[in-house]
Design a protein around this ligand. Structure first.
Ligand code: NAD
Length: 293
């Protein structure tokens, strides 16, 4: 299949590599020419703009940092919608607010383009290994078209509902993740301060009712889970700045819906303070430092 792929950063580049490996013809665009050159060596074709890439694709995929980038890549003069042929399916995999996802999809629909949202979880490791989870907001027909291609980059491809619902699933999950990590950090630090061995405490939590992914797979206390960022100085993993971005999306969407997210707002402030301390580049589990003596 001829696929236009725009946005080849930490996530987009390995995703595009997996599509090249699967035998697709890729038309690539990013502002970063170094990554374009790397992917051209693997057989990708470099486009001059999002419009140029889209004009050559039978499917358009985008993977951009935030809503402003998605708007400009689709709606600008040299954007995707200026080049795409009517009837070509498109999907945006960036994590953005649900309303922008709906707005861009509505603009595309005016040109006869079915555009869905499919944000991912699984991080850069999942992007490389092709094991991402895709949360897809799309018409049933678009989902059926996208699924076989997304399966070449991911393991779980879930149809969440109409356009925008992929983004809703993603921000609700990350709202909970941001909160649960702080809960685990608080409990681990309290245990340590009161004098219990933290390994024993983690073992109890993980076989009791406090257990969650943040405690048993990604524990923020160093040395508890060998493979967790906490055991390698909080490097790699899911940066606190990205968590902060996702909590911002969740609290903003909540505001629009007049829905309270009390713990989410507190969590957002704690990660904000972490960022202010200069730790925004660390994995988000380094939030535990706020509690350590
Ligand atoms: P990134 O910043 O590494 O990559 C974004 C890419 O988009 C860059 O290469 C940049 O040059 C390109 N870009 C920006 N503006 C552009 C434009 N106008 N035209 C063309 N290219 C442009 O970001 P990432 O880590 O790949 O994340 C992408 C999205 O996926 C974000 O929305 C992020 O929240 C989400 N996400 C990231 C992770 C993660 O672990 N990194 C996990 C899940 C979801």
């Amino acid at each position: 299949m001829r696929i236009a792929f725009v946005g080849l950063g930490n996530m987009g580049a390995p995703m595009a590599r997996n599509l090249l490996k699967a035998g697709h013809e890729l038309h690539l665009f990013d502002l970063n020419t170094t990554v374009l050159a790397e992917l051209a060596e693997l057989g990708g074709q470099i486009a001059l703009s999002p419009r140029d890439a889209a004009a050559q694709g039978d499917l358009v995929i985008t993977m951009l940092p935030a809503a402003a980038h998605v708007r400009s890549v689709y709606l600008n003069e040299d954007g995707v919608l200026a080049g795409i042929r009517a009837g070509t399916p498109a999907v945006d995999c960036s994590t953005i607010d649900p309303q922008t996802a709906r707005d861009i999809s509505a603009a595309a629909a005016k040109q006869g383009i079915d555009l869905g949202d499919a944000p991912v979880s699984g991080g850069t490791g999942g992007a490389q290994a092709g094991t991402l989870t895709f949360m897809v907001g799309a018409t049933p027909a678009l989902f059926a078209t996208l699924k076989p291609v997304l399966e070449q980059m991911g393991r779980n491809i879930v149809h969440c509902g109409e356009v925008g619902t992929g983004q809703i699933a993603k921000i609700c999950n990350n709202l909970l993740l941001g909160i649960s990590m702080i809960g685990v950090a608080e409990a681990m630090a309290l245990g340590d301060a009161l004098g219990i061995d933290t390994g024993v405490l983690a073992g109890i939590i993980n076989s009791s009712t406090g257990r969650c992914w943040s405690s048993d797979t990604y524990n923020p206390w160093p040395g508890i889970v060998e493979t967790a960022p906490a055991s390698r100085g909080y490097s790699g993993g899911f940066g606190a700045e990205l968590m902060l971005k996702d909590l911002g999306l969740a609290t903003e969407a909540a505001k629009q819906a007049r829905q309270p997210v009390v713990l989410g707002a507190v969590a957002q402030q704690l990660y904000q303070a972490m960022s202010l301390r200069g730790d925004g580049g660390l994995d988000f589990s380094a939030i535990v430092k706020a509690y350590q003596r």
